[in-house]
Design a protein around this ligand. Structure first.
Ligand code: KIV
Length: 271
């Protein structure tokens, strides 16, 4: 593991200052070195090594099968590439809930073995002891409220969260708890835009939305989704910035054709 040459342009303090200046924060997931290098060249503020790797890299239906070793492998690849943005890594399911000592051990492994800058945990009051304990070790923590995919078996659906008042009030209270505990930012996933705006206004730390409307302090998307690498996931909040499924498929098709027809390699493509 090497963090040599990392300029650390984006820190938790820089993110806070961006919120105070009203400057939006750009965050995107990534899981590998090659994409990490491209992402770090465009002025991205935060790179999230998300446990959505379970879905887009490994083909699982949920994020639950991800292990600490899987996350560390992805995080190491990304940290080798990213020199400017802040690298945040998801603590996977089963490595922090209900046992703050284990949570601290998991977070320390991620920081030590990958060289990442911070960890992200899903949940509010239920996991606050874990958040507090990780923070005592000087490890920056990002929260995650609203739709928390690691709890999919409790929710039973990926529908919009906190549409009812009781759940909305719990979300606001949880966001306050996370801020008071010392989290540097919180992801708000798939909640009404009015609620996203309210939480962003009431709290001092940045609220980064994914399907939480435009009134929050920044946005995050899953890289594969925004690149259009798959056609079967189209939530309303997703904007596709490329259609890579079609481009990549066409490249593969042309390669197969060229090999089978003897068109590749040509005279200039051999020794
Ligand atoms: O794992 C992930 O990619 C995430 C984002 C959806 C915020 O947590």
């Amino acid at each position: 593991m090497s963090t040599e040459g990392k300029e650390r342009i984006i820190t938790t303090q820089r993110l806070l200052e961006k919120k105070q200046r009203g400057e939006k924060i750009a965050m995107l997931t990534t899981y590998d070195y090659t994409m990490g290098r491209i992402i770090d060249s465009v002025g991205m503020d935060v790179v999230l090594v998300g446990d959505s790797a379970a879905n887009v890299m490994a083909g699982y239906d949920t994020t639950l099968p991800m292990t600490l070793d899987h996350m560390i492998y992805h995080a190491q690849s990304v940290v080798r590439a990213v020199k400017k943005a802040m690298v945040v890594v998801d603590l996977p399911f089963g490595t922090y809930q209900g046992n703050s000592k284990e949570a601290l051990h998991s977070a320390i492994r991620i920081m030590k073995e990958s060289g990442a800058d911070a960890v992200k945990l899903e949940g509010g009051k239920e996991i606050i002891e874990s958040v507090q304990r990780i923070l005592t070790a000087g490890i920056p923590v990002m929260g995650h409220l609203g739709l928390t995919p690691q709890s999919i078996n409790k929710f039973g659906t990926y529908a919009v969260r906190a549409t009812e008042e009781a759940e909305a009030e719990k979300l606001v209270a949880d966001a306050r708890l996370l801020e008071e505990a010392g989290c540097f930012a919180v992801v708000l996933e798939k909640i009404p835009a009015t609620l996203g705006t309210r939480v962003a206004k009431e709290l001092s730390i940045p609220m980064i939305g994914i399907g939480a409307g435009s009134g929050v302090d920044g946005q995050v998307l899953v890289m594969h989704d925004m690149l259009g690498l798959s056609k079967d996931f189209s939530p309303r909040f997703l904007r596709r910035y490329a259609s890579l499924y079609d481009d990549v498929k066409s490249a593969f098709e042309r390669y197969v054709d060229d090999v089978k027809s003897g068109n590749f390699p040509n005279d200039k493509e051999q020794y």
